[in-house]
Design a protein around this ligand. Structure first.
Ligand SMILES: NC(=O)c1ccc[n+]([C@@H]2O[C@H](COP(=O)([O-])OP(=O)(O)OC[C@H]3O[C@@H](n4cnc5c(N)ncnc54)[C@H](O)[C@@H]3O)[C@@H](O)[C@H]2O)c1
Length: 342
């Protein structure tokens, strides 16, 4: 990479930008944060102040017209993200868009078509597939240390229910539920992990949903059993809006052993026979994954190689999330058709 920095702008300056994307951008010496945008002027101003960028704006079209901006990171809610992503690609910018890349496959495919036509690059923010811990898990699986078939157990509990203590968060998550249950949102990461780890594609999904309060617009607890073409199976649980959250699971069981991600210790562990192997990070896993994601985005921007995870992985993840929704809504297992295979 040359000494020249890449001019990057951020569109949507909410929670994930302030806590993760901006710190990653600001510590990367290959990047100049050129501009930030949020429709909420106070958020735009705050992100502008913290990043020290040239300007902040409430109008993303100003950013797209700026020739100093070579690439944009789109961190808006997923029902807003596709239109901004397509506008950015058409304006000649490479894009890192947050997950999920859309809330329907039709819209995600439209984004992918614009990506192809524009000749620009699109990376999708499946942040946690990056870095040494997921690489270790993938390597242990691919090298046969666990044997086959695998049983993958993923559990994600997030978004504590605290309407009085944190009304802004309550309203934001309630509104997110209006655009689909958690398996579309947090489930986007889980679906991507399953594709990454199994190196296969889902063929059958059974699922149940539970709305624990009548005012919730969608099931806030989602569970699914997923069968993959290669014979692996997965059990997925995602729960939002409980007053107390259990610890999540990330375990991979095979006839040869057990591997797991210990999120609280920032480590991946393999147990086979008498042997235990560990890969441990010396820093917070989330921070490390956001840094690795940005490094890859910059590499793709320079090399012009197709980003992974890109629109292909984004659409595959969404197909699985939406199959889970269909199975929850109908009460019947869903067979994923040939067309569902990316
Ligand atoms: N990769 C990850 O680990 C991760 C983690 C959390 C959230 N996310 C994703 O990031 C996205 C944002 O999540 P969040 O928690 O920061 O939400 P948020 O609601 O806190 O932030 C979204 C921001 O986008 C702004 N916005 C909406 N429409 C806009 C527009 N047209 N132009 C400019 N700004 C606009 C909103 O005002 C808000 O500030 C979601 O898609 C979410 O799924 C990813």
């Amino acid at each position: 990479m040359s000494n020249r920095t890449v001019g990057i702008a951020v569109i949507g300056c909410g929670d994930i930008v302030m806590t993760q994307h901006l710190p990653a951008l600001m510590e990367n010496s290959s990047v100049t944060v050129t501009a930030v945008c949020d429709t909420d002027p106070l958020r735009a101003e705050k992100a502008g102040m913290i990043s020290g960028c040239a300007y902040h704006t409430t109008d993303y079209l100003r950013i797209l017209a700026d020739t100093q901006v070579e690439a944009v990171i789109v961190c808006t809610p997923p029902w807003v993200t596709p239109d901004i992503t397509m506008d950015a690609l058409r304006a000649g910018k490479d894009v890192l868009c947050e997950k999920p890349m859309a809330t329907s496959v039709t819209m995600a495919e439209k984004v992918a078509a614009v990506e192809r036509q524009s000749g620009r690059l699109l990376q999708v923010g499946f942040t946690y597939r990056h870095g040494p811990l997921m690489d270790a898990l993938q390597d242990w699986i691919a090298s046969g240390r666990l044997g086959r078939p695998l049983q993958i157990r993923l559990g994600i509990y997030d978004e504590v229910w605290d309407p009085e203590g944190n009304p802004e968060h309550y309203q934001r998550i309630l509104n997110t539920l209006r655009h689909g249950p958690p398996c579309i949102h947090d489930g986007a990461h889980a679906a991507d992990h399953l594709a990454f780890l199994t190196n296969s594609h889902p063929i059958r999904v059974a699922a149940l949903g539970l709305a624990t309060r009548p005012e919730f617009p969608a099931a806030n607890y989602n569970s699914a059993l997923i069968e993959f073409a290669n014979g692996d199976q997965a059990k997925l649980e995602i729960g939002w809006f409980y007053p107390h959250l259990p610890a999540g699971e990330f375990q991979i069981l095979g006839p040869g052993g057990l591997a797991y991600l210990d999120r609280s210790n920032n480590e991946a562990v393999l147990k086979t026979g008498e042997v235990t192997e560990r890969v441990q990070l010396s820093e917070d896993r989330v921070r490390s994954c956001f840094r690795a994601q940005l490094t890859k985005f910059l590499d793709y921007h320079q090399s012009r190689r197709t980003p992974v995870p890109g629109s292909r992985e984004g659409i595959a993840s969404l197909r699985l999330s939406l199959a889970i929704v269909e199975a929850m809504d109908t009460g019947n297992p869903v067979d994923m058709k040939q067309g569902d295979i990316m």
